[in-house]
Write a protein that binds this ligand. Structure first.
Ligand code: FAD
Ligand code: NAI
Length: 502
């Protein structure tokens, strides 16, 4: 089915990139479809889609991007990463002022919450960044088609009333909240909400129940807990934060309890009734047992997200989703339909903005005939609570499993933030850094951090691992003093059994 693209097009791509046209790998296109309005149509303008569109345009391809929202940036910029971080950042200041942290440093303040203003600065951040994407589209000559996109065939998409044809189509439709049967979300009423509703609450709830002790539950639960809500987290599993290293998950429970959250682990929600402004939840032990009830002024449903493919017309191009509703792709982000590619939350892998962005770049490069690669083994994950929780690579449990269950084949070095001079000076005693390494080769397999700036610290670990670093490489790298990052160096030294400051 595949055929070389036109010479003219290859010259155009080569010229945009200042390459020798002869050395450029040609585009692969469906033989039966030589032309079209665009070289590339991206469906969805989240961090996967908008980045793919800009990269494709940078590579000299005529590009359009279809987005049904009125603004660009997808979940991440509109109702996800950015607004949640705006609320986390602001509430962190409020908390520092109200929980005695500032007083400890000789600053006596009594904070007064102006929630409207806090929301206004959140909306401001969102507006600025979504407009920024619109500016980047203009600058890179990406055409934005505003409307819901539905495939008519593999090269034809209906966007609202317009029909758009393209040689290549990248699906980047993202994900939405997974509903919980029996617990109906109504964001307008502000009693049972999802993450979008939880960002918009116009008053601090007295009692808030968070269903799901994952990333969203803990981030947004933290926001309202800091602002004064009594927060109970109901989690089906016996630990918070699935996917993270076990030590990190255990420590998370201690930290959030200390901050005043009530944790109901190994518990499931079986139903919810709403009367006026109050919700009554029924709970059961996850393994089954006696039912009990829990009252709340606000319930946040945060039990995961699912891929967006409704109304996309996949049936018109013979593309099916897998059991989890995801679109399967190969290593190059191609679906099984020629000329149709997919990236981001709608494909398998962690649902993270930076993963979607990297896939967007790599996919656009593959469409242009270059070699775009994402190392899916090294996608860092960060929970932006206080302190932050971050990790990259394998957990200790995964590393042991990979070594056939032989614990002696995995070495671990751990260093507490309490012994890190900067964290101690800053009154940030919670957390640690843990490095998991191959006992034989010393190669670093995973790094896990709990620290106020763990999300920033983890970048060095990802980079070191991308270059195949050993723990000794990290231990002998000079780290500036006094920084939280010195804890990474010390944890690496601990892998060798020789940390200095503990
Ligand atoms: P999306 O961002 O979901 O974008 C897809 C876009 O496609 C949407 O705008 C949608 O309107 C559009 N669309 C869908 N179908 C169609 C169609 N048929 N036609 C036209 N348009 C369509 N990740 C992080 O890495 N860090 C964080 O701090 C973080 N915080 C988060 C906080 C919250 C509250 C939430 C909900 C998510 C958070 N995430 C975070 C996850 C992150 O937002 C997603 O992983 C990321 O947005 C996925 O990008 P995407 O481009 O695949 O899809
Ligand atoms: P999640 O998968 O992180 O957590 C969901 C939690 O709910 C799990 O712990 C799960 O065991 C639990 N659960 C499932 N069903 C349940 C039930 N019936 N009762 C009680 N608990 C139940 O999903 P979450 O928090 O909704 O986030 C969705 C996605 O958004 C994540 O995949 C994450 O990658 C992304 N995200 C990333 C952020 C970041 O990078 N900082 C921030 C927010 C979201």
């Amino acid at each position: 089915m595949s055929k070389l693209d036109s010479k003219a097009n290859m010259n155009k791509v080569a010229k945009a990139n200042k390459w020798d046209a002869k050395s450029v790998e040609p585009l692969f296109i469906d033989e039966s479809f030589p032309g079209g309005d665009y070289d590339v149509l991206v469906i969805g303008a989240g961090p996967g889609g908008y980045v793919a569109a800009i990269r494709a345009a940078q590579l000299g391809l005529k590009t359009a991007c279809a987005e049904s929202r009125e603004t660009l940036g997808g979940t991440c910029l509109n109702v996800g990463c950015i607004p949640s971080k705006a609320m986390l950042h602001a509430s962190e200041y409020f908390n520092a002022a109200s929980n005695g942290t500032m007083a400890e440093m000789g600053i006596e303040v009594t904070p007064k919450l102006d929630l409207d203003k806090m929301h206004a600065q959140r909306r401001d951040a969102v507006e600025g960044l979504t407009k920024g994407v619109a500016f980047l589209f203009k600058k890179n000559k990406v055409d934005w088609k505003n409307g819901h996109a539905t495939f008519q065939d593999a090269h034809t998409v209906k966007v609202g009333d317009e029909t758009v044809t393209a040689k290549n189509i990248i699906i980047a439709t993202g994900s939405s909240v997974t509903p919980l049967p029996g617990v109906e979300v109504d964001n307008d009423k502000q009693v049972v909400v999802d993450s979008t509703g939880a960002l918009e609450l116009n008053a601090v709830p007295k009692k808030m129940v968070v269903i799901g002790g994952g990333v969203i539950g803990l981030e947004l639960g933290s926001v309202w807990c800091r602002l004064g809500a009594q927060v109970t987290v109901v989690e089906y599993l016996d630990k918070l934060l699935p996917g993270m290293d076990d030590d990190v998950r255990k420590e998370a429970a201690k930290i959030f309890k200390k901050q005043g959250m009530e944790l109901r682990l190994s518990t499931k929600v079986t139903g919810c009734t709403v009367k006026g402004k109050k919700a009554t939840l029924t709970l059961e032990p996850a393994a089954g047992g006696d039912e009990e009830t829990l009252e709340a002024d606000c319930v946040l449903v945060s039990i995961g997200r699912r891929p967006n493919t409704d109304g996309l017309g996949l049936e018109n191009i013979g593309l099916e989703t897998n059991q989890r509703g995801q679109i399967e792709i190969d290593h190059d982000f191609r679906t099984k339909v020629d000329g149709v590619w997919a990236i981001g939350d709608v494909v398998p892998g962690p649902m993270l903005a930076h993963k979607a962005e990297d896939e967007g770049i790599a996919c656009a490069e593959n469409v242009a005939g270059q070699t775009g690669i994402v190392n899916h083994d090294l996608i860092p994950g960060v929970v932006y609570t206080w302190p932050e929780f971050a990790g990259v690579g394998l957990t200790q449990e995964e590393a042991i499993e990979k070594m056939g269950g032989d614990k002696s084949k995995v070495k671990v070095g751990k260093f507490p933030m309490m012994a890190n001079s900067r964290a101690k000076t800053n009154h940030e005693p919670d957390g640690f850094v843990k490095i998991v390494a191959d006992a034989e080769t010393d190669r670093v397999l995973g790094v896990w951090c709990i620290a106020s700036v763990a999300g920033t610290m983890i970048a060095q670990a990802a980079q070191a691992m991308e270059f195949g670093a050993t723990s000794e490489d990290i231990a002998y790298t000079c780290h500036a003093h006094p920084t939280h990052s010195e804890a990474i160096k010390e944890a690496a030294m601990a892998v060798q059994g020789k940390p200095i400051h503990i």
